[in-house]
Design a protein around this ligand. Structure first.
Ligand code: PCA
Length: 205
């Protein structure tokens, strides 16, 4: 089997994106005896779906786990659902597009459930001591767009994992902690990689 794992390039004010590093670490790795392919997607509403389609054409994967940063979340979050909405909220994409209350696919389904074992994946992570939870909203930015386009356009088990900052990333996002300000939640990259590996392994088990 071939397992595709995507991450995203940095976006908005973030200097790095842990999901990019997770995808690079998994590229060429063996996961549960299967070959993993890692790739990095542009944070661009207009290009995400085409890039994913090209990757699926090229690698013909048996499962796809897309990943992205959800700054401020404290856990590896396995997304349950994708909605047919593009809205950049306050963060334009990397092509400076800022959709407002648009449909991704005008004639598409309103929403799709992820087609990976979401709850079982979270259980597997918790069992391994990795902070994880089911998330019932992937938002309306490019991450939701990626999951929606996978589920709307492709017949391959697909899911999405939102990742927290790494500790270094959290420090660079901190708001004057030496003056009593806050530092956002984080998880070491190694735990994030292990978490995504376990989601992939649970999906093909
Ligand atoms: N996170 C954003 C887009 C890219 C990323 O890594 C999101 O949650 O939609």
């Amino acid at each position: 089997m071939t397992l595709l794992c995507t991450g995203y390039e940095p976006f908005g004010d973030h200097e790095t994106n842990p999901s990019e590093r997770v995808a690079r670490e998994l590229d060429g790795a063996t996961v549960a005896g299967h070959e993993a392919v890692g790739a990095v997607l542009p944070v661009e509403f207009d290009n995400v779906a085409d890039e994913l389609a090209a990757l699926i054409d090229e690698h013909d994967p048996d499962a796809v786990i897309a990943t992205g940063l959800a700054g401020g979340r404290s856990t590896v979050s396995v997304e349950r659902v994708a909605v047919n909405v593009d809205d950049a909220v306050t963060v334009p994409d990397n092509a400076d597009n800022s959709p407002y209350n648009e449909r991704i696919e005008p004639a598409g389904a309103d929403a799709h459930f992820a087609t990976i074992p979401v709850v079982e994946s979270v259980e597997a992570l918790l069992e391994a001591g990795i902070p994880a939870r089911v998330s019932n909203s992937a938002g309306t930015h490019c991450c939701n767009h990626a999951l929606y386009s996978l589920l709307e356009n492709h017949d391959v088990p697909s899911g999405f994992v939102h990742l927290p900052f790494t500790p270094k990333g959290a420090v660079s996002e901190a708001e004057a902690p030496e003056r009593g300000g806050s530092v956002p939640a984080s998880l070491p990259l190694s735990l994030q990689v292990d978490g995504v590996r376990r989601v992939l392994a649970t999906t093909v088990a």
